[in-house]
Design a protein around this ligand. Structure first.
Ligand SMILES: NC(=O)C1=CN([C@@H]2O[C@H](COP(=O)(O)OP(=O)(O)OC[C@H]3O[C@@H](n4cnc5c(N)ncnc54)[C@H](OP(=O)(O)O)[C@@H]3O)[C@@H](O)[C@H]2O)C=CC1
Ligand SMILES: CC(=O)N[C@@H](CCC(=O)OP(=O)(O)O)C(=O)O
Length: 360
């Protein structure tokens, strides 16, 4: 590998590709190589991403194995299906990060049930903070980052998945919550849906209005969240998951509740719950448990690679309540991808990534 790491970005005209380029442009150890897309091939990147000033003159190429060859790293920010197809044609010695869903699930049946197509296979999962209770020795909890150094393929997690998993997993790993009755309700910004035209995403439909989507257990992120919580130690996961589009460009606010586990008394659980969440994240650079009484908001994470988490015990309901905020395009996608890139290549995990939001 040359001393400067060359990174190609496929899907450069889209939201996730654009955010990846914004982060890479400021990364001290990498340079941006080819930028590719689909119908926008042949046009200048600045026509699609005018905020990326240093890259505005770049010409977008078609997404082909030839255009993506000769790079140390290839980031695929493509619709699912498209990324699996091109990934299969990329060289084994390049690090490939797939921001889409194609390689996240280990269960091919779950893939077929939720995506309705053939499974492309599973890659190492790019959520460094994921707790791996089942693989830990006595008294230790492993984390997914331990399995990312040196890998050549990374499946970057879904944005909703990131918020829900990071919010609840400490309680699952510590055996404090019952994962067989999880309820998750999310407020989601519009950029999560990508930038292609869809009637329900028109400003006239969305401004001043909030509305749910993928209601009733149909969202594709349900099996991915269950996979993560099983890794964190859950034997049975039952999840009611309801996302809601709200009129903001970026951000996810995930409110996740679960009953206290059998034998955990509501009146005395507050301290052990606080300790479990605090221990899980005290050394994490990008996942922060907020001080007691302070609640996350999406604005606090805008533009930052942070997940901000709060947790309390609702004694009357006998449930743990967690609220997590992420920027769907940063910790929910592009930032998490750069974090995984750093780990995979043995760079400092925080290179090129910030924790400061842009509120208000
Ligand atoms: N938006 C988000 O918050 C998140 C997105 N993701 C994932 O990232 C991926 C990209 O999403 P997003 O950026 O939102 O989507 P966009 O619709 O904004 O962008 C899609 C990009 O893919 C390109 N593209 C579309 N079809 C093809 C194809 N057949 N071959 C090659 N390129 C193609 C488009 O090029 P062109 O414009 O030229 O047609 C465009 O650059 C998806 O898999 C998504 O699920 C993951 C987490 C969060
Ligand atoms: C608002 C909105 O529609 N958000 C999308 C975000 C999904 C996403 O981008 O994640 P994948 O990579 O798994 O597709 C959704 O909830 O489906």
């Amino acid at each position: 590998m040359s001393s400067t790491i060359r990174v190609a970005v496929a899907g450069a005209s889209g939201y996730a590709g654009g955010e990846t380029l914004r982060l890479l442009a400021a990364h001290p150890l990498v340079e941006v190589g080819a930028v590719t897309a689909h119908v926008s091939a042949g046009s200048a990147l600045g026509e699609h991403q005018p905020h990326l000033r240093s890259l505005a003159h770049r010409v977008i190429q078609p997404t082909t194995p030839e255009a993506l060859a000769g790079h140390d790293v290839v980031v695929l920010a493509l619709p699912h299906g498209a990324s699996g197809e091109i990934a299969a044609q990329l060289p084994d010695d390049a690090l490939v990060l797939d921001l889409g869903a194609d390689h996240r699930l280990t269960d091919a049946d779950a893939w077929r049930a939720f995506y309705g197509s053939e499974h492309a296979g599973s890659w190492p999962y790019g959520m460094p903070e994921l707790l791996l209770t089942e693989k830990a020795g006595a008294g230790a909890v492993a984390r997914q980052r331990d399995h990312l150094t040196g890998v050549k393929r990374v499946a970057v997690p879904g944005c909703n998945v990131t918020a829900v998993t990071l919010g609840l997993q400490p309680g699952v790993a510590a055996g404090l919550v019952d994962p067989s009755d999880i309820v998750a309700v999310l407020a989601n910004g519009y950029s999560g849906a990508g930038r292609s035209l869809k009637p329900h995403l028109l400003a006239s439909e969305g401004l001043g209005s909030a509305r749910p989507y993928a209601v009733g257990g149909t969202h594709r992120h349900v099996p991915e969240i269950a996979q993560n919580l099983r890794a964190a130690g859950a034997s049975t996961v039952r999840l009611s998951f309801t996302p809601t589009l709200v009129p903001m460009a970026r951000g996810i606010l995930a409110t996740v509740t679960a009953p206290l586990a059998d034998g955990v008394a509501p009146g005395t659980a507050a301290r052990s719950v606080r300790e479990a969440w605090s221990e899980a994240y005290e050394d994490e650079p990008f996942v922060h448990l907020l001080p007691e009484g302070q609640w996350p908001s999406t604005a606090m994470t805008a533009g930052a690679n942070t997940a901000l988490v709060q947790v309390v015990v609702d004694e009357a309901a006998g449930r743990v309540v967690t609220v997590t905020a992420v920027d769907n395009l940063v910790k929910g996608t592009a930032g998490q991808a750069v974090q995984a890139l750093n780990i995979a290549l043995g760079l400092p995990e925080t290179s090129g990534l910030g924790t400061e939001g842009v509120a208000p």
